[in-house]
Every structure is written in C-alpha cells, then in structure tokens.
Write a new protein. Sequence first.
Length: 310
Amino acid sequence: MERPNLSETLADYATYLREERGLAAATRKSYLTAAREFLSLAAADPQALLLPEGADPTAIDKRALEIYLSHLRDAQGLRPATLATRLGALRAFFSYLQRRGRIARNPARNLRVSSPHREPALPEGEEASVRTLFQGTGSTLAEARLLLLIELIYGAGLKPAAVYGLRGLRPDPAGSGVALSWDEKAQEVPLSPEGVGRAETYLARRREALDDPGEDGADERPFWIGRGGRAQLPAALGRQVHRAMERAGLDGGAKALRLLAARHFKARGADVRSLQRFLGAKRLGSLDRYEPQDFRRVAEAFRRAHPRQR
C-alpha cells in the first residue's frame, strides 16, 4: 500500500470533515488540530510512542495512544475532560482512516479516559506527617473514633465509603487483624498490633457511650457514634478526617489519605500484587498512578523489555 504523506492525509481529512460530515468550522479545526499534533509527534519521535521508524498510521496501536494521552496529562497538564475531548477527536480521525481502507482497525475505539473522581490528586506530605495523625491515646470517644477511622483508611487501605458504612467490628483473638461487617458482606482485614489496639479502644469507648457491657458485633445500632450514642453520618466522619489531615499539614481528605498510604506502601518495596490486594483493586492498570514517571522514561523501559523491539 502506498503511504500518503502527512499533509496529504490531513488535507483529505479536512475535505471529508467539511463536505461529507458538514461540521462547523470550529469543530473541524479542533478535529484537525488533534490529528495533526498526534501525527506530527509520531513522525518526529516515533520511539517515544513505541513505534518503528518511518511508521505510518497502519502501525499505530492502542499502546501508542495511551502513551500519548499520558504525555498530554503529565507534561501538558490537560484535565480529564480535555483529554476525553482530544481522544474523541482522534477516535473520529482513525474511524475516517478505517472507512477509507487505510487501516484495518481503529486503535482508539475501546480506549477510555479515567473519570476525574476516580483519580483524586495525590496529597503532599511525608510519613512523618502521617505519624502525627496517630498521636493520641483514645481517652475520649471522639479521639478513639478518629484514630480508628484513620487506621482503617490508611493502615488497612479501605475505601472511605466502606469505612463510613461499617456496621460491626470484631478484633481477631490472635491479634493479627479485625473482622468487619456490613449489611450484606463481611471481610477480614490485617492490622498492626497498634491498629488492633485502636479498634479495641474505640469499642470500649463505644460500650461506655451506649452503657452496654456486651460484645460489639453487627447489630441494629450505628457503629460510628458520638455523644449520647447518636449516629455519626458519613459526611461528619469525612470532615473529621479532613480536619485531622489539615492539622498534620496534609492536603486532601480521606480519599487522598488512602492514596498516600498506597504510595508509602509501594515506596517501602511492596510488589504490585500486594498493592493490588491492599487496595482491593480489580485491575493492575489502575495502580499506575501510584508510581508516576515521565512518559519518555516509561516508553524507554517498555521499549527495552518488549519482544517487538528485540
């Protein structure tokens, strides 16, 4: 197949957008800009996108587009909404090439940009700042409640929503963790001895507040309580964690604290499978953001290891 040059490809695409699609001028400009910038990078520095020298559109694959989107996010600081718009324009361009018979499949067809609420910004701060969150003896109900909230989010890597919706907690007799229960499920979570101690302290303060000498398990009463045994709503629990983080000099709320735990966990040598289990992540790809790297260094490492480059 004869390979048309970049200018010819874009000129044909511009004609297609104007005459066949009938798009407005501003939309045509947006679509053409997205295609031109991507093709220019692929032509000028194909190795950055893991493409062979002199690659034409038929060699572009999903991985090259993923690296390009990472570059737009990390190097240019584009927001997820802008990235989604750019990806839509590229998807339209490759769809055009597929209809013209120039490529066999659209590499952008099943590519997605993660929604912004799933990737909150990682907070700034060192482990020393986190340790200040755990200062306290749990001598009051409020202090014991806050310490256990932080322990379950940071120490166990649980999602804040799951922690707020907890219905019951029972320490393991061996002292290696706790058994958690919700309305429809239960889960055993490993904790440090100090973490188990914080759980036992909160349970003791909870019994005092409820004037209940019995055991703490899942029951009809709320697990998270305040003065007088009144239920603590998720929004209130989130505010308590957020204020504690601000006092420790950490940005963000409970979600950011969980991401910071993952970063510290990985920095201390945990393998990716352990991190996956710690966070309860379904896909390994969702763990990439805990190890941010420049997209060129990622491409270089991938190029050295990938069989296609050997």
